[in-house]
Design a protein around this ligand. Structure first.
Ligand code: UDP
Ligand code: MG
Length: 323
């Protein structure tokens, strides 16, 4: 049994990519929140905010450095270049776990309601090692984002991947869970899929997601599609199996066509078959290319995994004197 830790040191890990517009406000709100939680004796006074600068092109790192000088709650990790949200988050989690008992990850734009952090810590005190923040409504999302996101969760479930419905990367993890996460070495990182695999007692906390208060989304459609594909291909071989079955089905269909043509030949009704042939050639050609493509996607993943390159490189870490 895990020992109940009261007054744990909490690190809030926030990946940042070109977030100069939001950093001051985010810091102000998070500092106030941490102060309140310290006063309520929920967390230790050594608790911190840890920003991870994911190779931003704007003044993000300068602002983090400046805040680190002025505000004793602010610490920062600077990555050597942009590695994407998931890798930046992992870099932050792995750095923070050296100093913290519990880590909460969230986005820089405060779309996730910071007021449920108390509840998350309470759940941790009830012996949970992982607490998932789950969105209760998607009112602030566009119709397109809502439908595609919810469709994605349902599709993943259908493929047999155990992900928490409507949970993004707003979650609390204990040091113990983070130490286990370190053992998952995959380069194709999809944390939402990996973390439920860790196990331990977990629970969920509901919240309403707000709109980004400043700046633009750093997740344009292209990145979102890549992310979804990452999730599907890294966690399920069902698409390959589906293709095998589809291949068999199409072969069976072509046999049926063949029989029809043979019958037609004897009945003497086979005259202009040109269209049919072209349609069939196109159909099979396209289908085969599609299959090769999917298999190629998996081979690509294997290729990346076998290289096992580092998932991030930290250039600098700024802590705060009392740690
Ligand atoms: N982010 C990052 N690296 C990237 C893209 C995004 O660290 O390459 C961070 C970003 O700064 C933010 C979080 O990931 O803190 C989520 O991004 P965003 O809020 O733009 O995504 P959305 O909420 O629109 O899905
Ligand atoms: Mg956002």
């Amino acid at each position: 049994m895990k020992k109940k830790v009261k007054n744990s040191i909490l690190y809030v890990v926030v990946p940042c990519y070109n977030e100069e517009e939001v950093l001051y406000v985010t810091t102000e709100k998070l500092t106030e929140k941490l102060q309140n939680m310290i006063e309520d004796k929920l967390i230790d006074k050594k608790s911190k905010i840890m920003y991870v600068n994911d190779g931003s092109k704007d003044k993000t790192w300068d602002i983090i450095s400046e805040l680190n000088e002025k505000n004793s709650f602010v610490t920062g990790v600077n990555l050597s270049r942009n590695r994407g949200h998931q890798n930046a988050l992992l870099a932050g989690l792995m750095t923070a776990k050296e100093y913290a008992d519990i880590v909460i990850s969230m986005d820089a734009d405060l779309q996730d309601d910071i007021n449920v952090m108390d509840k998350m810590v309470e759940e941790y005190n009830n012996d949970c090692d992982i607490v998932y923040g789950v969105r209760s409504a998607r009112k602030t999302d566009t119709w397109f984002k809502r439908t595609t996101a919810e469709g994605f969760y349902k599709f993943m479930k259908l493929l047999g991947v155990d992900i928490v419905y409507n949970h993004a990367d707003y979650r609390l993890m204990s040091k113990r869970a983070l130490n286990e996460l370190e053992n998952y070495k995959e380069v194709n990182l999809f944390l939402r899929g990996i973390i439920p695999l860790i196990g331990f007692k977990s629970s969920t906390v509901e919240y309403e997601r707000n709109e980004r208060f400043a700046g633009e989304s750093k997740y344009p459609l292209k990145k979102m599609l890549n992310f979804a594909l990452e999730g599907i291909l890294s966690f399920s071989v069902k698409p390959i199996r589906l293709i095998t079955s589809l291949g068999l089905l199409v072969t069976a269909l072509s046999f049926i066509f063949l029989i029809c043509y043979v019958i037609g030949y004897f009945l003497g009704s086979n005259v202009e078959g040109w269209t049919t042939i072209v349609v069939l050639i196109c159909f099979f050609g396209g289908f085969q290319i599609f299959c090769i493509g999917i298999i190629g996607e998996y081979i690509g993943k294997i290729y990346n995994e076998t290289k096992s390159r580092p998932r991030y490189i930290i250039e600098e870490v700024k802590l705060n004197e009392d740690k």
